[in-house]
Design a protein around this ligand. Structure first.
Ligand code: PLP
Length: 404
């Protein structure tokens, strides 16, 4: 096998075909730049889909990882470990939470949140208090429970009987929720800004209305901050800018700044339902992941970093507006902080992929969110200069698409 060419066609030979990666294969990165096998350079506005909050190969994260790698990688949950306790303490000190559960991915953190809600209701209320209310276009991961909670049935169809008692409603429609919610509802799960669903912002009044209705019906309010958390919107967590506090919050993506780790945060009164043996994970909270996340947390949770995100949002919006004034391709710019979406105008419906491919041609990596939104989720520490360079490339990409 030593003569095997490690190139893109090998993907189609040896990988399950559930992804369709670009032809270029990135081999190294530094900050907000990456290089492919042929040493072509790209500006990265994808942040590994809102994961690499501090860019690629951040020296302090490399140090945190390698220092821990020399000490202890894994111990199992028969023991606790220092990096996990330090990280949990930071999360508790800096948020509403009193208790933390670590997992490895956003889906697993949400799975834990949904199971907690069901168990808390089971322990404290009637046995039929099992309904979970979620929202169309919401995204909560790909385990069968979380993908069924997600708001796109096509993602959960075709896998046999679905986890039951999940109701979907329109996002930002408080009267729909008011009608649907009852004492049989054990949880309402939502994103404080729908990322995968198209970078759709939440109405503050809706968020606050959800809070009030959850209180009225003893349902847990679960904020899925897997994408919005850890500085992405310019707040440490997005709930902090909405005037509401959830009962359960999930974090993943940027939490490890590129190393897989997730967390479910909650209050002691709810956490008490996850007694010994009720739930678990082999890798969750392992020392390597927690060591990296500790360092990432310290670097992200500073007033300068969070204010920087808000300032860079303004720069992005200004430059995207300039491009749009020239080419009229977007009907709307939306999102918050460094999770931004450019929604395509009528004339360019369903063509987000074309802009994505044209950008790659220009040496620029962007994301899509569905067929009609171009999404930007760069590293939080991307420089203003890199944003400007990126938008020069993006303008070229937009131009080529409009000429087609
Ligand atoms: C990405 C994402 C998830 C799933 O996270 P995984 O780590 O892929 O399991 C869940 N919720 C939201 C809001 C996400 O953006």
């Amino acid at each position: 096998m030593s003569d095997t060419q490690i190139t893109r066609p090998l993907f189609d030979q040896v990988m399950v075909p559930n992804y369709a990666p670009l032809n270029m294969i990135p081999v190294r990165g530094e900050g907000s730049r990456v290089w492919d096998q042929a040493d072509n350079e790209y500006i990265d506005l994808t942040g590994g889909i809102a994961v690499n909050a501090l860019g690629h190969a951040h020296p302090e994260l490399v140090d945190a990882l390698t220092e821990q790698a020399k000490k202890l990688w894994h111990v199992s949950n028969i023991y606790t470990n220092e990096p996990a306790l330090m990280l949990a303490q930071k999360l508790v000190h800096n948020t509403f939470a009193e208790k933390v559960f670590f997992a490895n991915s956003g889906a697993e953190a949400n799975e834990a949140a949904l199971k907690l809600a069901r168990r808390f209701a089971f322990d404290n209320y009637a046995k039929d208090k099992t309904e979970i209310i979620a929202f169309y276009q919401g995204f909560h991961g790909r385990t069968f429970f979380t993908v069924t909670a997600g708001g796109q049935a096509t993602y959960s169809d075709g896998f046999g009987p679905k986890p039951a008692d999940i109701t979907h409603l329109e996002y930002n429609d408080l009267s729909a929720l008011e009608k649907a919610i009852s004492d049989k509802t054990c949880a309402v799960i939502l994103e404080p800004l729908q990322g995968e669903g198209g970078v759709l912002a939440i109405d503050k009044e809706f968020a606050q209305g959800v809070r009030a209705l959850c209180d009225k019906h003893n349902a847990l309010m679960i904020f899925d901050e897997v994408q919005t958390g850890m500085g992405r919107t310019g707040e440490l967590f997005a709930y902090m800018g909405l005037g509401v506090t959830p009962d359960v919050l999930t974090s993943a993506k940027s939490l490890g700044a590129g190393f897989p780790i997730a967390a479910m945060l909650t209050l002691t009164k709810f956490a008490n339902s996850l007694t010994v043996g009720t739930h678990g994970t082999t890798f969750g909270g392992n020392p390597l992941a927690c060591a990296v996340a500790n360092k990432a947390f310290d670097l992200i949770n500073t007033p300068e970093m969070l204010q920087g995100v808000k300032d860079k949002e303004i720069l992005f919006r200004d430059l995207l507006t300039e491009i749009n004034n020239e080419f009229s391709v977007f009907k709307e710019l939306r999102g918050a902080g460094l999770l931004l979406g450019a929604a395509l105008s009528e004339q360019y419906q369903d063509r987000a992929k074309d802009f994505f491919l044209a950008s790659a041609e220009q040496g620029l990596l962007v994301l899509v969110a569905g067929a009609n939104v171009i999404r930007f989720a760069p590293a939080l520490n991307i420089s203003n200069e890199q944003i400007k360079q990126a938008m020069v490339k993006f303008r070229e990409a937009v131009k080529t698409v409009t000429l087609k």
